[in-house]
Design a protein around this ligand. Sequence first.
Ligand code: GLN
Length: 487
Amino acid sequence: MSLAELTIRELRDKLLAGECTALEATEACLERIGQVEESVHAFTTVSEERALADAEAADAVLRERGAETPPLTGVPLAIKDVIAVEGMPCTCGSKILESFVPPYDATVTSRLKAAGAVVLGKLNMDEFAMGSSTETSAFGPTHNPWDLAKIPGGSSGGSAAAVAADECIGSLGSDTGGSIRQPAAYCGVVGLKPTYGRVSRYGLVAFASSLDQVGPVTKDVADTAALMNVIAGHDPHDSTSATLEVPDFTEALAEDVEGLTIGMPREYFIEGMDPEVDAAVREAIGRLASWGARVEEISLPHTEYGIACYYIIATAEASSNLARYDGVKYGHRAGEPADLMDMYCRTRAEGFGEEVKRRIMLGTYTLSAGYYEAYYRKAQQVRTLIKEDFDRAFERVDVIATPVAPTAAFGLGEKLGDPLQMYLSDIFTITVNLAGVPGLVLPCGFTSAGLPIGLQLIGRPFDEATLIRAGYTFERRTDHHTRRPPL
Ligand code: GLN
């Protein structure tokens, strides 16, 4: 068995026991990257030399300090290309940032480094995190390791595919409307969108600032707890990061769902769902019930407005956030401009892809005078109703269990020509961002074609621990998360 196949916890044990070195683990991941990248294409940058040097340095720390070393010492991870890593390109999957190399680390990056992690490189994504398939990347799509003709999901498709394919031990993604959870489900790995404010956004390139969160993508729930322990917590550089105390998430790794009340929202079990996905999710909830959880049907009545509401708010925020890419300070600049306006226009016309342009136009429209009241303000009001749906539900239940997407991974190219179909695949994940609550996704089965199916567990604000506990119980008593793609 290759060291690249290990989980964070397994690798940590081996490193501390002296059964392998960080250098060997890093080499194993790099070797795996060499074997499968041509078909998977999960990475935009592989930083081989630096990773090897960092691994050697980690080995020195391990020799010197043993069990006292920080928790991720020598663990090879990779980071979505929307999160700044000092000295590595940060393309955001866009031509406009192809040459941008940030001179600083995002807070999550510096926390991973301080915990001893080895950064292998940057992971492919939909351009500026806008998409559900990783096909809008300017650098070509990522392929699903379970079936190379399928998309890995998006926008953190690279983060999920790299973990599923054992190219890294774990990764970070970002989630604005489902971008960690949907690819985690499609690739058969674990992904957590933390509560809005739980993890710093400093150094995360902004898409929709009131929705964006960074979170872990891992091989199991235990590793999600390990990464959350490192990345969560207040950051003075991000005024929206919460000052709440962060629990030790590994303490939630207990097999115990006795007395937990789980809500099944009827709006999430609807006609048109793939019957295999529906059956697997229901079965998973049934198993949680058989271990002592109480399951009841609930209603989140404003769910049907989620997509419309999200695509107004997210595009409005995006149009404003993306105004900074004007060719002046960094990124692509059009050559030989006739004047300043020509430079702005051609820089943006050349640098942005179709989907990003569509979002900028939609967002600019909904923010413009006259339409603002009709669309943007309405959407904010609907957002409050959606949040209140969750508040009310959490008076009765501890966890809400749902499917992640209506189907398993779809085919490359299948929805690319139809943006509305693409948007509809976010129907079960988007409301979680609008409400700001946490959502954990873990594997709960496979279709007859062998594609992974995910279960989504949604929690109260800042109660990631209960999700981790329920998810851990499920994974300890099932083996979906141990299956590997036949690459
Ligand atoms: N698929 C959604 C979108 O295209 C969500 C993306 C995300 O979470 N970053 O906006």
